[in-house]
Ligand binder design. Structure first.
Ligand SMILES: [Cu+2]
Length: 470
């Protein structure tokens, strides 16, 4: 539940949300990499523990197998996925494999949440395309807190089509979860939402990468594959390079896109992923390149108190320190993948989902989530057009389970499909007062799935709907 806390803690929250304490602005800590494990015969133990957050700060976190972030799961398409979640946290927990399309009882619907001491067994075949997915808590009314405290990790699927491209791998691959945090005077992140956070979502002034505050990573002067997840509760990142050079997008939520795109920046809302090629071959030993979130403003947005005024503020997210000059070819493939997507011309019906935020109520089509109410019944295998209408001055990253959709149009706000929205998406960012139309088709499994806002405070407060595919 979203608590309000005591008055002293609220005051502390207000003070420390204005700026970090006791850390010189130049000090950065080495990026951490989560341990990599295969999701076969794997137990994930959810429990309270302690984690290091960089610059010597160590404090409490909610962890899977003691790791912050949660272990990186790497799996081949076609492999069996077998994980047992064991819950020792003081709250109910369930895990959702974000972007995968497993059977409904494997998808982490909150009705499957298990209590303290309980366990949940997952077993299914991974039928998803190569790509950068992730997993996180999906406990009703607890998702924001549990994900923020650490119950989240990356999930990478590989396949033969991707192997053939020869993309950078091994030491040339950097998977990173980017998040914003509020920290106390000792540099420890805390989660204490109050009034305005329940409207805008919980944001903080400090950039974290893989659980480390203000991270840097040592690199060679070479081509890297940078798999980025925006794991923030509410913050949007506008990713760009400090040296003005472009980023090359090769994949996003649904895996590889059709062809690489050279972009000056990429917007990433909460839960969205960007699979990027970062070409550092023109740099040399001693150079530094910052991955930044560039400054931006939300049309129609703003005017909110608390953390909301952080939205669009610039952040230095991850610094690349070139420590070795190497001579190796930087091959950036043009054509990448054939992406199976629904054709809007095949659509047999249209549905509208209206997202509203008024007086601390976040709703879809005027309704707040109820665990046992079915909000939409969608026939399996039929193509539909869904219109996501943002009727509010807040951004909403809209996430659909169990399939990937094609973004076909945007009206209002930015008035265009953005170049990073090519391919199959499971999350699409709606700026204030935008309408985004997508082509949707469920072809993997029948059953009860979810559509919700991935601003985690909005989700917890009911901006979620049950979708029955049958
Ligand atoms: Cu929202």
């Amino acid at each position: 539940m979203l608590g309000t806390g005591s008055l002293p803690s609220l005051l502390a929250a207000c003070e420390s949300s204005t700026g970090p304490a006791r850390l010189p602005s130049t000090e950065r800590s080495p990026l951490r990499f989560a341990p990599e494990v295969a999701p076969q015969n794997l137990s994930l133990l959810a429990a309270e523990g302690r984690a290091g957050f960089g610059s010597g700060a160590e404090g409490p976190a909610w962890l899977l197998n003691g790791s912050l972030p949660s272990p990186l799961l790497r799996v081949r398409r076609g492999d069996l996925f077998q994980v047992v979640l064991e819950n020792r946290l003081p709250q109910d927990v369930i895990l959702h494999w974000h972007g995968l399309a497993p059977p409904a009882d494997m998808d982490g619907h909150p009705r499957f949440a298990v209590g303290t001491g309980g366990e949940y067994r997952y077993a299914f075949t991974v039928e998803d395309r190569a790509g950068t997915y992730w997993y996180h808590s999906h406990t009703h009314m607890r998702t924001a807190e549990q994900t923020y405290r650490g119950v989240a990790g990356l999930l990478i699927v590989e396949d033969e089509e991707e192997d053939a491209l020869g993309l950078p791998s091994g030491d040339r691959e950097i998977p990173v979860i980017l998040q914003d945090r509020r920290v106390d005077a000792g540099g420890i992140p805390y989660y204490q939402p109050f009034g305005p956070d329940l409207m805008a979502g919980y944001m903080g002034p400090e950039p974290f990468g893989n659980g480390i505050r203000r991270p840097h990573v040592d690199v060679d002067s070479a081509l890297y594959r940078l798999r980025v997840l925006n794991g923030s509760n509410a913050r949007i990142f506008r990713l760009g390079r400090s040296d003005g050079r472009p980023l090359v997008l090769v994949g996003n939520d649904g895996g590889l896109i059709d062809r690489s795109r050279v972009l000056s920046y990429v917007d990433l809302g909460p839960a969205e992923r960007a699979d990027l090629l970062l070409d550092l071959s023109d740099t040399s030993d001693g150079d530094r390149v910052m991955l930044r979130s560039l400054s931006f403003s939300l049309p129609g947005g703003g005017g909110f108190m608390g953390g909301a005024n952080l939205q669009g503020q610039p952040l230095d997210l991850l610094e690349f320190r070139v420590t070795r000059s190497v001579e190796e070819p930087s091959v950036i493939p043009d054509g990448l993948s054939t992406v199976p997507l629904p054709n809007p011309e095949d659509a047999v019906r249209e549905r509208t989902f209206r997202f509203t935020s008024q007086m601390m109520n976040h709703r879809i089509n005027g309704r707040s989530f109820q665990m046992d109410r079915i909000d939409e019944v969608v026939p399996f295998g039929e193509t539909e057009i869904w219109a996501f209408v943002n009727d509010s001055p807040l951004p909403h990253p809209v996430h659909l389970h169990a399939t990937h959709f094609r973004v076909i149009s945007r009206s209002g706000g930015r008035n265009q499909v953005m170049p990073w929205e090519a391919g199959g998406k499971d999350t699409v960012l709606l700026y204030p007062f935008e309408t985004v139309r997508v082509a949707v088709r469920f072809t993997a499994h029948r059953g009860l799935f979810l559509l919700h806002c991935h601003n985690l405070e909005h989700e917890d407060m009911g901006m979620m709907a049950n979708i029955l595919v049958e």
